[in-house]
Design a protein around this ligand. Structure first.
Ligand code: NAD
Length: 347
């Protein structure tokens, strides 16, 4: 595949250039909107299909639109005048969701197809795509003591059924928009992201949030037991949300990374049992563990090989899990008790 196009250096991004963030009513898109707003960008367009009242974060002064981006005309409207696009809209969730709703996951290809073409037609300068570690070959993730995944491990292709195939296909689409049409695309493969303002209940939540909620519930109900999905020996790494948004910004503005998928994840590997222990320690409780071996559990082991990101950006996500988990736990606890008191919460 041709990746070495001749390209001109962009003019510097101005603070009043229009930035489009899609999936902005969700976890990472919401955090990214706040991040750019705090950096002083004055024209941000945030788009999500959820009604505005259900967005996890609404940032004052940001143009917030409710549009379904699986429709091409809505993508055209969203991209109008945009200089940079951050495409984070997808129908997704934790293992419970992506193993059960493969069709919904695969239908995100409509969003990516229409967004790429609309961005190209609108003359967007840079386009970011949020891919996933689920794009990696599952045969390399069958043991908890896996070696970390490096970028070349996506091929030969055998990604996660449904969700992973969609991500891999959309990555290739991004690469071709650069190779054939010269639109600068950037592709990060996120490894599990966690933090405040993420989903913590309702079926789409991921392991760190689910475990925090279960511990909080156990304490609240005085029933000191916890059910863990799988045997607790699965290994994973978890990236704190602040690292994620910083990484997105750095990747998007590094010309060496045009059309080049890169890991964006923590390399601090833990078992799910370790994760539960960490949350117990934060909560000051020890629970009796029960293992549900019939529940969705995902691959046996997965970690991010950060050699490439360290080499290109001289940085890697580095918030210790203990630090990020504490903030996340406190936030979910607050949400939990707000909901109990009948107040508005992010779910
Ligand atoms: P999220 O579910 O919180 O946010 C995604 C948002 O996209 C939701 O608010 C949803 O309403 C919106 N959306 C879905 N379909 C849409 C449509 N047709 N039109 C407009 N908006 C639509 O998820 P997130 O954790 O913020 O993930 C953001 C991106 O990062 C996704 O592409 C996801 O696949 C990717 N990713 C996330 C993780 C993670 O650990 N959170 C890991 C790997 C990849």
């Amino acid at each position: 595949m041709e990746t070495k196009r001749v390209f001109e250096k962009d003019p510097e991004l101005r603070k009043d250039d229009l930035i489009l963030i899609t999936g902005a009513g969700g976890f990472i898109g919401g955090a990214l909107t706040r991040y750019f707003h705090n950096k002083g960008f004055t024209r941000i367009r945030a788009v999500d299909k959820k009604p505005l009242s259900e967005w996890y974060q609404r940032v004052p002064g940001v143009e917030s639109l409710c549009l379904d981006l699986s429709q091409e005309e809505n993508c055209r409207r969203a991209c109008e005048g945009a200089v940079e696009v951050y495409q984070l809209a997808a129908d997704m969730g934790g293992m419970g969701f992506i193993e059960r709703f493969r069709i919904e996951c695969m239908r995100s290809v409509l969003i990516n197809t229409h967004m790429l073409e609309s961005a190209y037609r609108a003359g967007v300068r840079r386009y970011f795509f949020s891919s996933s570690a689920c794009a990696y070959n599952i045969m390399l993730q069958q043991d908890p003591n896996v070696r970390a995944l490096k970028e070349s491990d996506a091929f030969p292709a055998m990604p996660e059924r449904g969700y992973g195939w969609e991500k891999l296909y959309s990555e290739l689409f991004c690469q071709e928009y650069w190779a054939e049409r010269g639109m600068k695309t950037f592709i990060a493969r996120f490894h599990n992201v966690y933090g405040p303002y993420g989903t913590w209940d309702g079926g789409r939540e991921k392991a760190p949030a689910a475990i925090c909620r279960k511990v909080i519930e156990a304490i609240d109900k005085g029933d000191l037991r916890i059910t863990i999905w799988g045997d607790g020996k699965q290994t994973r790494s978890f990236m704190y949300i602040d690292d994620c948004v910083k990484g997105i910004d750095m990747i998007m503005h590094c010309d060496e990374l045009i059309a080049t998928p890169i890991n964006l994840g923590s390399s601090e590997l833990v078992t799910i049992d370790d994760l539960v222990t960490k949350v117990e320690r934060i909560a000051g409780v020890t629970l009796k563990r029960e293992y549900d071996l019939t529940a969705p559990r995902g691959v046996a082991g997965r970690n991010s090989d950060n050699t490439f990101i360290k080499q290109v950006l001289g940085w890697e996500p580095n918030t210790p899990l203990d630090v990020g988990l504490r903030v996340t736990y406190e936030w979910i606890k607050e949400q939990y008790y707000r909901r109990k008191a009948g107040k508005h919460v992010v779910e």
